[in-house]
Structures are given as C-alpha cells and as structure tokens.
Design a protein around this ligand. Structure first.
Ligand code: SF4
Ligand code: SF4
Length: 315
C-alpha cells in the first residue's frame, strides 16, 4: 500500500489536467504562479473611488485579493478555467429579455461549475494526496479576470470582461487554487486585442463605461438589475430597453462574440411572472440564477422596464 508521504505514482502533468478539463466541458485552461495579480493596484484604486457601488463585500474583502495565499495557505499555483454559456438570449414569450449567463433552464452556475470541477480536484489529489486545493467560482475574493489573463486564458477587453480569442466573452470563470507547484502557461500576460475598436464604450446604454476599462458599477444595468437592492429608477429602466435581468449590450456589440443575436424563448410571459407567488416561482425557476435574485427583485425590474419598453414598441 502506498504511504501518504511516499512519492506520487502520477507526477503532475499539465497536459493531462487540460485534457481532463476539456472532457468536462471547460473551454480553456491556464496556469499562473500564486502571486499578486497584475491589476491589483487598479482594483484598489477602483474601490477607493467608490466605483464598486453597493457591493460592499468587495471593499471589505479587498485585502484578501492581494495574494491567493490569503485564500489558501501555501498556495503555489492558480489554475484558471473558462466554461462557456449559451450565446442565445433568454426572452419571455412577449420578448422581455434577460442576460445570457442566467441560463434559466439550468441551476445557478456557482454550484453547477463547482460540481463540474470536482474531478479536477481528484486529479490534483492523485498527484499529491497531501495537496490542499480550493475551487473558487465568482464568490471568493480573487481577481479572477486578472489571473485568467496572466494564465493566458484570454485578454481583458475595453468592456472590462475576459475575452477568449476564438470564442468570445460568453464564459464563466473558475479558479482552482492548489499547493502543488505547476509551471505557468505563459511567461508574461498577453496583450489585448481590442485595437482601435470602441464599440462597447459607445454602445453602453447607461454610461457605465466611460473609457477603456473605466467601469462604474453604480451606473451598470447588470448591477442595477441583479445585485442592487434599490428599485430600478426611471432612467435606468428606460436604458434597459426591455432587458429586465442583467445586461449584455457591451458583449453583443463585441466583434469577438457571434454577430447574429439568437433568442431562446425559455421564459414565460411577463404577466405570468408578475402573477407568480413564492411557490410558483420556486417551481418554475428552481435553483436558477433567477431564484438566487429572488421573486421581488425580478418583479420590481419587470414593472420598471415594461412601461418604457411597451411605449417604445408602440412607436
Ligand atoms: S453590462 Fe450593460 S450597462 Fe453594464 S457596462 Fe455593459 S453595456 Fe454598460
Ligand atoms: S467591443 Fe471592441 S473595444 Fe469592446 S471589448 Fe470588444 S473588441 Fe474590445
């Protein structure tokens, strides 16, 4: 029997890890050293300027973002993974829209991705049974786009999102922190590929993007319709143009994403959603991203966007 402190029979092999990740549906994998992320100073300045709006956890956990070892003691490697979500836009039968990442037919991505990644933890443990490993899906205080950039998974566009060349930005990001030292994928982070394009900045309907990567969450419709607990004001509701949950405008115009917008009529009529009680909502939306936001938030958003959108449709 192999003792716990005996050498592993399967030495760490990045190619084996990448193959396994791809079998599990991950699109891109990259490895980076556990060190301060490239955009730490810019992030801390962004927080100091208050552009994180009501996302107070970002400020209170800012120190944890300085180094991955704050999240996993002895961390040696950050493994970044991109998982694709559908490029089809979810719409109600009367064509009110939600952001693509919500994938209303599926459970919320936080738990779903964590489950997808578990076999990768098994693989790491098979290399070193004493290793410590931690999966982070959006909820942990880590600069995930920065690490994904450092690991060569993609580049950060002027819309502040991670873009995977050859696929686009309709991706979830996940990190695995590990105490196993693995060779970095790249020696230096890749350059961005936006060039002279400014489409996302020009198209942002609320002014949340005031320049390349200059992002103000307090103005962003995605923040306003999901995390923000305040009701959607009239200006924001009008800017949302019928999208009642999230916003994909700065992704839809990006040439790295599919040009044609295809709709997925997977949501009930807006009036049916407004008529739901808690039980009907739980039955219909289960553990989806909608359930995570809650019925009251969804109803409030719908009630806010419907009048201006209906007026716009009447011309
Ligand atoms: S998600 Fe919408 S509101 Fe937010 S920055 Fe992008 S285009 Fe602007
Ligand atoms: S729309 Fe243009 S500027 Fe914005 S992220 Fe995409 S390529 Fe970059």
């Amino acid at each position: 029997m192999m003792r716990e402190d005996s050498p592993s029979r399967n030495p760490p092999d990045r190619a084996v890890f990448e193959r396994k990740a791809k079998e599990l549906g991950f699109l891109r994998v990259g490895f980076s050293p556990a060190e301060a992320p490239p955009h730490l100073d810019a992030f801390l300045e962004w927080i100091a300027a208050g552009r994180h709006a009501g996302m107070h956890w970002m400020a209170s956990h800012a120190d944890l973002r300085r180094h991955p070892a704050a999240l996993l003691e002895g961390c040696r490697t950050v493994i970044s993974l991109a998982y694709p979500y559908s490029p089809r836009k979810p719409v109600t039968t009367d064509r009110f829209e939600a952001a693509r990442f919500t994938e209303p037919r599926l459970p919320d991505y936080h738990d779903r991705l964590r489950k997808h990644a578990r076999p990768l933890l098994d693989l790491l443990r098979s290399w070193d049974p004493r290793s410590r490993n931690r999966i982070c899906v959006d909820s942990a205080p880590i600069l995930e786009r920065s690490f994904a950039l450092r690991a060569g998974v993609g580049f950060i566009g002027k819309n502040n999102l991670l873009i995977v060349p050859g696929y686009g930005s309709y991706v979830f990001l996940l990190e695995i922190l590990t105490t196993i030292p693995l060779k970095p994928t790249l020696s230096t982070p890749p350059k961005d590929h936006c060039g002279p394009c400014n489409r996302c900045i020009e198209a942002c309907p609320s002014g949340a993007l005031s320049g390349p990567r200059l992002f103000d969450a307090s103005l962003c419709l995605s923040y306003r319709t999901i995390e923000c607990r305040d009701p959607l004001g009239a200006d924001a509701a009008e800017a949302a143009s019928g999208c009642f949950f999230g916003c994909d405008v700065c992704q839809e115009v990006c040439p790295f994403n599919p040009i044609a917008v295809t709709e997925d009529p997977c949501l009930p009529d807006a009036a049916d959603i407004l008529a739901m009680d808690a039980e009907a909502f739980a039955t219909r939306f289960g553990t989806s991203a909608f359930a995570r936001a809650g019925l009251e938030k969804i109803k409030g958003n719908l009630l806010a966007v419907m009048p201006s959108e209906s007026a716009r449709r009447r011309g």
